[in-house]
Design a protein around this ligand. Structure first.
Ligand code: C2E
Ligand code: MG
Ligand code: MG
Ligand code: MG
Length: 287
């Protein structure tokens, strides 16, 4: 209603909206420059198995803005999606991550790591998405079975059949898929069994209330049960304390990600932690 009215008439909240719009416009042009001047970087957050060994990482983009400092992806990814810059940005994230996989493949202690890349709806809907991903993997020399793509539930609303086809094509080459932020979108249990997924990621909004919130506990347990019955593994996001971790361990959750173990890290820092142990790269939470 406000939108319909807002076209030609002044509404009381317009100045605020306008400020927001011009802040976005500024951010958009800054982001354009950021891509050209290499102000973006990747941090990698460890994902751990039940024995606390690092089995993989999630690539998370960071923007070191010359004046504003670190800008959160929660702030600039939506802007990039709106203006289309998510396409070159997404290409860059994928390429960087593949290069990193190649670097890790050269060392015994890191050769088995997988890297998960967040894919936005706009990227996935490009007709050349599959070709582009395969081409990047081939050109960089990354092992496709070490690459995982993270999708969200909202991506299946528009064109399920098309998305399933793309996923199947990439899966034939060994590339895996996780469903990110599970439980926060419009989940359809019907799609869930048809999608060629490997993993579900329980959204951190459920994890943060564990174990005392009975609803979150019930939802967490139900998601793990559902996923296991569908043959999927479960990663819990946003694990911040021992109590949450203990609850999820007892609930048979397969893998864990969160500040309790490690925040997203610059690659040098991650490499340092990975070479701490020889065969065991388990993170010592007390350290
Ligand atoms: P996401 O994919 O769900 O990533 C997980 C987010 O949770 C990350 O936020 C991570 O830093 C944060 N996190 C990890 N452990 C904890 C914890 O224990 N507690 C709390 N409170 N948070 C934790 P980040 O890095 O700010 O990224 C936010 C979102 O931005 C991501 O959510 C993802 O949707 C998007 N994003 C990040 N990088 C990319 C990218 O390269 N491409 C696309 N398309 N989206 C990206
Ligand atoms: Mg993610
Ligand atoms: Mg997530
Ligand atoms: Mg999330």
């Amino acid at each position: 209603e406000a939108k319909a009215q807002g076209r030609n008439t002044l509404s009381f909240f317009e100045p605020e909206m306008q400020a927001h719009t011009s802040a976005n416009a500024q951010l958009q042009s800054d982001l354009h420059r950021a891509l050209e001047r290499c102000e973006l970087l990747l941090h990698y957050q460890p994902i751990l198995d039940r024995k606390r060994r690092i089995i993989g990482v999630e690539s998370l983009v960071r923007w070191q803005h010359p004046e504003m400092g670190m800008v959160s992806p929660a702030r600039f990814i939506p802007v990039a999606e709106q203006c289309g810059l998510i396409l070159p940005l997404g290409d860059w994230v994928l390429e960087q991550t593949c290069r990193q996989l190649v670097a890790w493949a050269a060392h015994a202690s890191t050769a088995e790591l997988f890297a998960a890349v967040n894919i936005s709806a706009r990227q996935l809907s490009q007709p050349d998405f599959v070709v582009k991903v395969l081409e990047t993997v081939r050109r960089t020399g990354a092992s496709p079975s070490r690459l995982k793509l993270e999708l969200t539930e909202s991506m299946f609303l528009l064109d399920v059949e098309g998305v399933i086809e793309k996923m199947a094509a990439l899966k034939r080459h060994g590339i895996g898929f996780s469903l990110d932020d599970f439980g926060t979108g419009y989940s359809s249990l019907c799609y869930l069994q048809r999608l060629p997924l490997d993993r579900l990621k329980i959204d951190k909004s459920f994890v943060s209330d564990l174990p005392d919130n009975a609803n979150s506990a019930a939802i967490g347990a139900a998601i793990i049960g559902l996923a296991h019955n569908l043959g999927l593994q479960v990663i819990a996001e946003g694990v911040e304390n021992q109590e949450q971790w203990q609850f999820l361990l007892e609930g048979q959750c397969d893998a864990f990600q969160g500040y309790l173990f490690a925040p997203p890290l610059p690659v040098e820092e991650l490499d340092r932690r990975l070479s701490l142990g020889s065969d065991q790269n388990a993170l010592d939470v007390s350290a």
